[in-house]
Design a protein around this ligand. Structure first.
Ligand code: NAD
Length: 318
């Protein structure tokens, strides 16, 4: 049974990775600091089958102790400060966790033999598209927010530790991910929870910004494809090909919930707001035979239904 060390396994996507990992027969060790965004209730159903450490990835000594004790086959590094708006308010925790924390994990991985280091980056490292086209793995990185600048740094550190020290890094750049258990500060859960309470649903500017929406199960399945079949030293985009304007996402949510569009409230735009992200995902399709399979409307329906049925999880986070 292969042992995976999963950082950020109590977060939104990391917890789905943990739940799938148990079903796939992996031995899972989770390291999570449990910041405001981490929540053990996400992995309650598998708590008896995993090992959990509450730890900060920037704590080098303790992380080294975990590596020595657990001897993982691979590291899957999801832990991060992940919310762009918070990085605009205070970028320091982003530098600390996303850059310094990631570098510490690479340093330790250099010393203790692991077979794979899956470094989770993001489509936001490419910066924005104004018009047509999409980003390839070879496109230049042009991050525009403090969040994406720290993710680009971590992404490039992965490249450097592979080239210089042979750390077996595979870099993953997923597009905007959504689904159950997403913290109610991101667009989709904010819109659902506010609309359920008949409160105004805020949208930046006129809602024209475009994102490529990836259902969380697909994001995680794609990451397993990389863990199992990906080539070391390579970068892989994971997108869904399903682009939507923010305003259309919110309209659809209101329609699923049977709420009026008069709840929409346009607010002052986010500083530096990227207009459009779009990934070319041919590489993962051609090399690893992986394609996201959840349609956007299907995934959105499932997500809305999940928030309606699981108020116990998100209400106390508001
Ligand atoms: P999240 O904010 O829901 O979860 C992050 C987790 O990391 C939390 O459980 C938190 O407690 C933990 N964490 C934070 N700092 C830590 C530290 N110093 N030490 C240990 N644990 C720490 O994030 P998410 O949305 O699940 O994103 C997971 C990863 O995927 C991140 O690296 C993010 O950049 C990347 N990503 C997210 C998206 C998206 O749309 N959500 C898209 C592309 C890439």
């Amino acid at each position: 049974m292969k042992k995976l060390l999963v950082t950020g396994g109590a977060g939104f996507i990391g917890s789905e990775f943990v739940r799938q990992g148990v079903r796939r027969g992996y031995e899972i060790v989770v390291v999570d600091k449990l910041t405001y965004a981490g929540d053990l209730r996400r992995i309650k159903e598998v708590e008896k089958e995993i090992t959990f450490y509450q730890a900060d990835i920037t704590d080098k000594e303790f992380m080294e102790h975990i590596f020595v004790k657990e001897k993982p086959y691979a590291v899957i590094h999801w832990a991060a400060e992940s919310h762009v708006d918070r990085s605009i308010g205070d970028a320091f925790p982003f530098l600390e966790t996303n850059v310094r924390g990631t570098q510490i994990l690479f340093e330790i991985s250099k010393r203790y033999r692991i077979e794979r280091f899956i470094n989770i980056s993001t489509d936001e490292v490419y910066g924005e598209l104004k018009g047509e086209g999409n980003f390839y793995e070879t496109s230049p990185l042009n991050p525009n927010s403090p969040y994406s600048a720290t993710k680009a740094s971590a992404d490039m550190l992965g490249r450097a530790y592979f080239r210089t020290f042979g750390v077996p890094v595979i870099t993953v750049r997923p597009s905007n991910t959504y689904g159950p258990f997403q913290y109610p500060e991101k667009l989709i859960p904010v819109a659902i929870s506010r609309a359920m309470d008949n409160k105004p649903v805020p949208i930046y500017a006129k809602g024209e910004n475009v994102r490529e929406w990836l259902y969380v199960k697909d994001c995680v399945s794609g990451t397993y494809a990389m863990l199992e079949k990906g080539r070391i030293g390579e970068v892989y985009n994971i997108g869904s090909g399903q682009e939507r304007k923010n305003i259309d996402v919110v309209r659809r949510i209101l329609s699923i919930l049977g709420k009026s569009e008069s709840l929409i409230e346009f607010v002052k735009d986010r500083p530096g707001h990227d207009f459009r992200y779009s990934l070319n995902s041919e590489k993962i399709k051609n090399e690893l035979s992986f394609e996201a399979e959840t349609g956007f409307y299907e995934g959105l329906e499932k997500t809305v239904r999940w928030y309606v049925d699981n108020e116990w999880w998100w209400r106390r986070l508001l």
